[in-house]
Design a protein around this ligand. Structure first.
Ligand code: ADP
Ligand code: MG
Length: 451
């Protein structure tokens, strides 16, 4: 378990007996910053929550930590004044490689192919929602470069694109060991291009990539607006394509719907097979939960799994984290959660359909959360520490209230609608890259809807 997973497990337990409002107030932005010789240091946002955690939650935190990790002997709390990580560091490893909290071994990522052996076809559940994409993927691997080239797979976040792409790569390296296979998250590709331009060795990079027989590029929606990368990738694409090398791409939307991508690249993306992954149906969701609990050697009554499968519909990663919470509960309490306890445990994953809020509530909560007391700054300052919360506010006004982009712009001192669109885009990107940010927003939303 990573420190982050460990802390997440603790938080999931604490939530059981804490009201959402309290939880958001005291645990927002907390994390474990170190664990050495049994001494855990938890960083908190302000001295307020430090005091509160020390006085009210210390025993419970220690107990849960100890249940999860017997090496833990003490916990201290430290105020961390850097509240917002404004700029996230681009990932150098493929996204989504963190394994489940319990039950999985950390598997090694292959240095050559950049593939994570965790993702394979054996543990990939197929249902109506991903049947076409899976069939295309299997066919493409049997006869790379000949049938579906490129193969473009798209679908919303958490629905198995990375898993499928990596499974293709892993399968290919098994049945076609002589082929040179490479999995590259597009963020990584972008930074490779940028660096090689800076270091004047772009030709080297290109000739390197041209040697690949099966090139898998994940999340190409991030190419949006990256002109230089698009241009170089266009040429790499053409070379590979002409030599019948297999190209596999994924995106969170169809090629047509990716903004700020050149027409010529779009038409390349669309030139082979385009297959989408939709939302899994109930049966498949249940099958996934059953399969994953088996993998993790955890046995839960069907009615518990059914509850999760019924209520978590749009994201397989969330299904997995629901299962992880149940597993952690079982480990700590030595028993299977009841249905009532399950409901509490999964409360903040499951989004209730009738949620009401308004713009000022959202803005106020974000303000409080990031301790931004000066409203004027919030609306107009260019400083980074204000920019990110402001972007988040724009994003949430759009997402939660479905306000139009121009209407949101007006709320923020008459900003142009393109600024708002850009902000939403940045936030979505941050979601993909920054787990901590996801949790922050989760907390913010809890607070928005709790009072
Ligand atoms: P995406 O790349 O579309 O955001 P991922 O491939 O990262 O989604 O999937 C999220 C999580 O759900 C991963 O842990 C993955 O293993 C799991 N998952 C997704 N689809 C399936 C499936 N069909 N069968 C089993 N596990 C799946
Ligand atoms: Mg992915």
């Amino acid at each position: 378990m990573t420190l982050e997973e460990l802390w997440q497990a603790v938080l999931a337990q604490i939530q059981l007996n804490t009201s959402p409002a309290n939880f958001a107030t005291w645990f927002a932005g907390t994390k474990i910053i170190s664990k050495e010789n049994g001494a855990v240091i938890v960083s908190v946002l302000n001295s307020f929550s430090k005091e509160w955690l020390e006085q009210k939650y210390h025993k419970e935190i220690l107990k849960i930590l100890w249940a999860l990790d017997k090496s833990v002997k003490e916990v201290t709390y430290k105020v961390d004044s850097v509240k917002i990580k404004v700029k996230s560091i681009p990932k150098t490893e493929p996204p989504d490689v963190s394994v489940g909290q319990l039950g999985f071994l950390e598997l090694e990522i292959d240095k050559e192919t950049n593939l994570n052996p965790r993702y394979n076809f054996e543990n990939f559940v197929v249902g109506p929602f991903n049947e076409l994409a899976t069939a295309a993927a299997t066919a493409a691997i049997k006869d790379p470069g000949r049938i579906y080239n490129p193969l473009f797979i798209y679908g919303r976040v958490g629905l198995g694109k990375t898993h499928l792409l990596q499974a293709m790569g892993n399968e290919a390296s098994k049945i076609k060991p002589q082929k040179k296979i490479r999995y590259i998250p597009s963020e990584k590709l972008i930074s490779m291009v940028v660096n090689s331009i800076r270091n004047h060795n772009i030709e080297e990079l290109k000739s390197d990539l041209r040697k690949i027989d099966i090139l898998i590029v994940d999340d190409v929606q991030f190419f949006a607006g990256k002109d230089k990368t698009q241009e170089e990738f266009f040429h790499i694409f053409n070379t590979l394509y002409q030599e019948n090398k297999q190209i596999v791409l994924s995106s969170d939307r169809s090629p047509k719907a990716i903004p700020a991508i050149t027409e010529r690249l779009k038409s390349r993306f669309e030139g082979g097979m385009v297959a989408d992954i939709g939302f899994p149906d109930y049966e498949t969701r249940l099958a996934i939960l059953k399969q994953k609990s088996q993998e993790k050697n955890a046995d839960f009554p069907v009615k518990i799994l059914e509850y999760a499968a019924t209520n978590i519909q749009k994201n397989i990663r969330e299904l997995e984290s629901a299962l992880n919470r149940l597993i952690v509960f079982k480990k700590i309490n030595g028993k299977i959660p009841t249905l009532e306890e399950t409901k509490k445990l999964l409360r903040n994953i499951i989004v209730s359909p009738s949620r009401f809020t308004n713009p000022s509530k959202i803005i106020q909560v974000i303000n409080e959360f990031y301790d931004l007391d000066n409203k004027n700054f919030f609306y107009s300052s260019r400083k980074k520490e204000f920019a990110r919360p402001r972007q988040l506010a724009m994003y949430l006004l759009r997402k939660e209230l479905n306000l139009s982009f121009p209407a949101i712009g007006r709320k923020f001192g008459g900003k142009d609608h393109t600024t708002v669109i850009h902000a939403c885009h940045l936030i979505e990107k941050e979601f993909q890259e920054n787990e901590k940010f996801n949790q922050e927003v989760e907390l913010i939303l809890q607070r928005v809807y709790s009072a």
